[in-house]
Structure formats: structure tokens, C-alpha cells
Write a protein that binds this ligand. Structure first.
Ligand code: 6GU
Length: 246
């Protein structure tokens, strides 16, 4: 997977991504990352990349030409036109299924906006995907781009050391993860559930599945509707909830 980020703040992208698991994957060559500074493509005296919006209004806009030239430098080097993801609160809200789909691409270009946005005309020419990370407003697209790259990276084979950890985690099958415990067996008077110390793996798997279902029902009832529970599990949950009411 090769990430290409068009940004006014390349050091923010490089500092963030070269840390922790993504940093290790980049060092190992399982991922590559380039941050292209849009300002390097502003061919005017003061390397200006923004201007006032036609029709008036608050703030400044990023101009079309430097963004276009930055994109073109990547497309020409690759001799193809990878998908271009523009990070914007006006986009589709990012979810795990989008990460899985994007992880199948060889190259991805992320376009990070600043100020009040980018001249619409260059977006029409180069952007293939408009993506938001939620219903709140940020100062720029860099953090959202890093959120997407982090999430996509961990679906790229070899990025996580323990490949199975991707399977059982939160959102696999639209269920949240079960609670986990490590040493000591008792901490602040709280004991690790006996079943986890029993060594009975079938019972442990069953308990964990039940905990996932309960936790999802309590914390994310919206997800539970999409979870693939068996009829037996739905019945079990209903009985469990009835007991809680008593
Ligand atoms: Cl993708 N960009 C900005 N600037 N703000 C956001 C966002 C993106 N997603 C949520 N808020």
C-alpha cells in the first residue's frame, strides 16, 4: 500500500505516521508514505496558495492550480490515476467497511484542505471519494487523513504482528469486543472472572461471545440491529435483559 498525501503541513503527516505501528510498517517497507507539499506548487512570488472567495463571505479558499499541480506530480510519476480521497465534513462518514474496501488499492492519494475549503473546480477534476470522519468540524484534513491511513494500514497484510487480532476486534460482525484482563488475578479487590482462569477454551469462547453481545446491547444498540446473531443468541439476550430488569 502506497499512501500519497497532498497537504500544506507535510511534517504533521510524517510525524504522525512515522510513529508506532504505522511507523514500524513504513520502516519494514510494508507501507510507503509520501507527503507532497502543495505550497511547492505555488509558482508566484510569495508561494501563496489561498485567495478570497468570489461572491464574498468569511475566510480564504485554497486555489485550484497548486492543488492540481501537486496531484499531477503524483499521477505522472505513477503513470496512472489512483483514487483521490478528499477529507471534508461534507463527505460520506468513514466506517470499517470503507477501510476494508480502500485497503484493496495499491496507491491512494489523500487531499487535505485548509481554510474554508478548496476551489470547487479542481475537486471536480481530481477527487473520486469525499470522506468525513464524523459530524464535527476540524481545522484541516490532516488528522482525518491520518485516521483513514491508520485504519486502512491495519488491514494491510503484515502490518499487524498478530494477524488474528484484526478478526475478533470491535466491529467484526458489528459486535464490540469482550472485556479483557491481565495479571494480577486480583486488583483493587476486583477478581478476574473465574471462567477465564478455568482453561476450558470452549466455555471461554462462549462467555466472550456473550459478553460481546451484552456490551453491544448496552453501549451501541444501533450496531446490534446489524449484528449477525443466531436465533438462540437473540433469545438468550432477551432472557438476559429480562433478568436485569428484576
Ligand atoms: Cl474529513 N475534515 C474537516 N476539516 N473536518 C472534519 C472532517 C474532515 N470530518 C469531520 N470533521
Amino acid at each position: 500500500m502506497n499512501f500519497h498525501v497532498l497537504t500544506l503541513f507535510p511534517e504533521m503527516i510524517l510525524n504522525g505516521m512515522n510513529t508506532s505501528i504505522t511507523g514500524r510498517a513504513i520502516a519494514a517497507g510494508r507501507l510507503s508514505l509520501e507527503a507532497v507539499n502543495i505550497r511547492d506548487f505555488a509558482f508566484n512570488k510569495h508561494q501563496k496558495v489561498d485567495d478570497y472567495p468570489y461572491g464574498g463571505g468569511a475566510g480564504m479558499l485554497m486555489q485550484a492550480e497548486p492543488v492540481y499541480l501537486a496531484w499531477q506530480s503524483v499521477a505522472e510519476k505513477l503513470e496512472r490515476k489512483p483514487r483521490v480521497v478528499y477529507l471534508t465534513p461534507q463527505g460520506q462518514v468513514f466506517r470499517q467497511s470503507m477501510a476494508a474496501e480502500l485497503a484493496g488499492e495499491e496507491d491512494l492519494i489523500f487531499l487535505c484542505g485548509h481554510y474554508e475549503g478548496i476551489d470547487e473546480r479542481v475537486l471536480e477534476e481530481i477527487v473520486t471519494d469525499y470522506v468525513s470522519i464524523g459530524d464535527y468540524v476540524l481545522t484541516g484534513g490532516e488528522l482525518p487523513a491520518m485516521v483513514l491511513m491508520d485504519c486502512i494500514s491495519r488491514m494491510v497484510p503484515g502490518v499487524l504482528s498478530n494477524q488474528e487480532s484484526g478478526e475478533t476486534e470491535s466491529f467484526a460482525g458489528n459486535l464490540l469486543e469482550y472485556p479483557q484482563y491481565s495479571r494480577p488475578e486480583e486488583w483493587h479487590g476486583r477478581r478476574v472472572p473465574d471462567i477465564l482462569l478455568s482453561g476450558h477454551h470452549a466455555n471461554i469462547d462462549k462467555w466472550r461471545r456473550e459478553q460481546s453481545i451484552l456490551r453491544t446491547a448496552q453501549r451501541r444498540p444501533d450496531l446490534l440491529k446489524k449484528a449477525d446473531l443466531t436465533n438462540k443468541e437473540w433469545a438468550w439476550l432477551k432472557a438476559e435483559r429480562k433478568q436485569e430488569e428484576l
